[in-house]
Ligand binder design. Structure first.
Ligand SMILES: C[S@@+](CC[C@H](N)C(=O)[O-])C[C@H]1O[C@@H](n2cnc3c(N)ncnc32)[C@H](O)[C@@H]1O
Length: 213
């Protein structure tokens, strides 16, 4: 079977996350950086009444297991390419379906979910291949919600000097809109994530879209 394209050095990136998995759950890291986008995504899923969800690049599984606990949906898939991150995730919940797969080739059936969500991971994916895969596994009209750093901010720019861009690339909000719409989605909302600290410190953007074809 042909391999789905992935960003250069992605296997190095995901094996790096195997080592970072242990510090990743530190309460301060979680509270400041990762929890606000998760709150926003849970709110979107709740308001849309969504029952089948895939969290792609789920890391240690905090969002996927919160979705399971707080929304009690029909099914939640937590998908990540790093086995180290998934080991932490599996310890967190036995009710989430944890999947050790690449975002670009998730191995789920066509139309398997009504929402694909992804927080702070999309910059590692091959954007076009991952969006095509999200489109394939989403039912028509399905919801896509992606959070990633805004590279227009001063801090985020430091994260991606030229040599890093083959490993991780943060599309700007305008580029993100184009990528998502080119993949067969309609962007319905795009704005900064609401946080208890100044946005300049963690300048991330939420993009919400619906599968239109
Ligand atoms: C910064 S962590 C974010 C984890 C989680 N979404 C969160 O917000 O806490 C990024 C995750 O993306 C995963 N990742 C990187 N490239 C991937 C790929 N091509 N397919 C699936 N997961 C990938 C890494 O293994 C890592 O667990």
């Amino acid at each position: 079977m042909p391999q789905a394209p992935t960003r250069a050095f992605n296997s190095l990136v995901t094996s790096g996350w195997n080592r970072l998995a242990r510090v990743y759950n530190a309460p301060l890291v979680q509270r400041v950086a990762y929890q606000p986008p998760q709150d926003e995504i849970i709110d979107q899923l709740r308001r849309a009444g969504i029952r089948r969800i895939a969290d792609v690049g789920c890391g240690t599984g905090i969002l996927a297991s919160r979705i399971q606990r707080e929304l009690v949906p029909e099914v939640v898939y937590g998908c990540d390419a790093s086995i180290g991150m998934l080991q932490q995730a599996k310890a967190r919940s036995a009710e989430v379906d944890w999947i050790n797969r690449q975002a670009e080739d998730l191995g789920l059936p066509d139309g398997a979910v009504d929402a694909v969500v992804s927080t702070h991971a999309f910059h590692f994916f091959d954007h076009a291949a991952a969006l095509a895969e999200f489109h394939r596994i989403l039912a028509p009209g399905g919801l896509l919600a992606i959070v990633l750093n805004n590279p227009r901010s001063r801090f985020a720019r430091l994260l991606q000097p030229q040599p890093i861009q083959s490993v991780a690339y943060f599309p700007s909000p305008a580029q993100m809109r184009l990528l998502v719409e080119d993949a067969g989605f309609l962007v319905t909302e795009q704005r900064p994530v609401r946080r208890p600290i100044p946005a300049i410190l963690v300048p991330d953007v939420l993009t919400i879209a619906r599968r239109v074809d």
